[in-house]
Design a protein. Structure first.
Ligand code: SAH
Length: 466
């Protein structure tokens, strides 16, 4: 991020603009939304500028800007659309301590003016660092459509009520009150009776929320999917949006955690003080403690929470305390990994069942029905199978698995650095060793990437079948 977005208080501050044409008008229309003291310097003002000056909205100086004109200004706009004139304005502005913007000259500007969606006091600023104005315009158009015109007045009325709302306890109770105002009661009242009705709705709503019993905590066990934030479900997003506390696994990456409510307490259950993982009992205790304190806890687990996620232990702990809970399923690693191969997990005439195995269980390398797994045509997805690779390979070969059975390992499925290792049962262990997989990896036995050109190329094919 080269440009840091902030909202500048222009109340009674001085803003200076040099220019009288189209570029000047465009900037002035935006600046006139603020309560800045605007001075315009131009020997040739457009008629609108003359009108604004007559109405006292800007101070017009019918001459070129000169040294001393930008004193005490916070912002200076060079908007003459003339390189030499703009450079001169910029020099004056900088010398007198203002931040300078030269219209359409990103490199020499100290700041840029974003595209703005105005629902004052709600303001959305969109910037692309000058890379794609088309994109900014499109986002602006979409937001203009999405944000109701009444949002501005609703927010203004709401702002005036903030002191009253402090009668509600801080945190969830207050948030629930505001959510109901902004998304239900407020818009409804506004539709029916305008601003007066919205004001009255706030009083009614506060009375109702004050008499309601305090909200109890709850726990949502949420699947975060395999890593790509776009593979989150809408329910997962909503839960993250509402969470007071998010307790997440090591597998859940920053792109997803960023979607949590800004005020939410984020706890990495994959880490302890000195890099060791938290014990399951500690995690259970943590979930329960926060929910009992009234928090909406989101227990965020990689992939699907119901697959190799120790979900039942956590649910048992929550249920033992009589706390309400819900499960939000997610996309499991096998589904994402399979999609990257352009294959499907089951196929008519090939396999009518699919097994999800773990390479490890509580006793070490996990034992399975190896003979069944070694049957030609069977497809098996192995989770946590990296360290057990040699063991699994040995067992399968010993139970009659064909050496040429395809084996495909997908590392970091759905992440930008996803890798696909294509091998066979015979070569599985040395190939996996050589590939030095460092991320989470899913191993398919009996499945190879689709041969026909897929819609998207399989990223970073690091080894061909032998
Ligand atoms: N509940 C998770 C699995 C947890 S077990 C799910 O449904 O996906 C952890 C194992 O999942 C890892 O060792 C790895 O085998 C697999 N895994 C998780 N995310 C993965 C990813 N993005 N790519 C490949 N394998 C992944």
């Amino acid at each position: 991020m080269q440009h840091f977005p902030i909202f500048l208080d222009l109340e009674a501050r001085r803003v200076v603009l040099s220019g009288g044409g189209e570029a000047a008008l465009a900037k002035l229309r935006l600046l006139l939304k603020t309560r800045a003291k605007i001075s315009v310097f131009t020997p040739a003002p457009a008629p609108e500028i003359v009108e604004w000056a007559a109405a006292g909205r800007v101070t017009l100086h019918r001459r070129a800007i000169a040294a001393g004109d930008a004193l005490c200004a916070v912002l200076v706009y060079a908007a003459d659309e003339d390189e030499a004139l703009d450079a001169r304005t910029a020099r004056i502005g900088r010398a007198e301590g203002a931040l300078v913007n030269i219209v359409d000259n990103l490199a020499d500007s100290a700041f840029i003016t974003p595209a703005i969606v105005d629902r004052d006091p709600v303001t959305v600023a969109i910037g692309t660092e000058g890379a794609a104005p088309v994109l900014a315009r499109k986002i602006k158009a979409e937001l203009e459509e999405r944000l109701p015109a009444a949002l501005g007045p609703l927010a203004r009325i709401g702002k005036g009520f903030r002191k009253m709302a402090e009668h509600l306890p801080f945190g969830r109770a207050r948030r629930a009150f505001w959510a109901e105002y902004y998304f239900q009661a407020g818009p409804r009242a506004m539709d029916q009776g305008g601003e007066d009705a919205a004001q009255a709705a706030l009083d009614d709503l506060l009375a109702r929320h004050l008499s309601a019993s305090p909200a109890a905590g709850r726990v949502d066990f949420v699947g975060a999917g395999p890593g790509d934030p776009e593979l989150l479900t809408l329910k997962a997003r909503k839960a993250l949006d509402a969470a007071d506390v998010v307790i997440h696994d090591r597998l859940v990456g920053p792109g997803i955690l960023e979607l949590a409510r800004r005020e939410a307490l984020m706890i990495d259950a994959g880490k302890h003080g000195f890099g060791t993982a938290m014990a399951q009992d500690e995690i259970n205790a943590l979930i329960v403690a926060h929910a009992r304190a009234g928090a909406h806890v989101v227990r965020l687990k990689g992939g699907d929470p119901m697959i190799f996620g120790r979900l039942d232990e956590e649910i048992d702990a929550v249920v033992a305390q009589g706390l309400p809970h819900a499960i939000v399923p997610g996309i499991t690693a096998a589904a994402a990994a399979c999609a990257s191969l352009g294959q499907s997990l089951t196929k008519r005439g090939r396999n009518s069942q699919i097994r999800f195995l773990t390479g490890h269980d509580t006793r070490g390398f996990a034992d399975h029905d190896w003979r069944a797994l070694a049957t030609p045509g069977e497809v098996t997805a192995i989770y946590m199978g990296k360290r057990a690779a040699r063991f699994i390979q040995g067992r399968l070969l010993m139970h009659g698995g064909a050496p040429e059975t395809p084996v495909t390992v997908v590392e970091n499925a759905s992440h930008p650095d996803q890798r696909v290792l294509e091998t066979t049962l015979a070569r599985m262990e040395p190939d996996m060793e050589q590939a030095a997989l460092s991320g989470p990896a899913l191993t398919f036995i009996g499945l190879a990437p689709r041969r026909a050109p897929a819609a998207l190329p399989v990223p970073n094919q690091i080894q061909e079948a032998r």
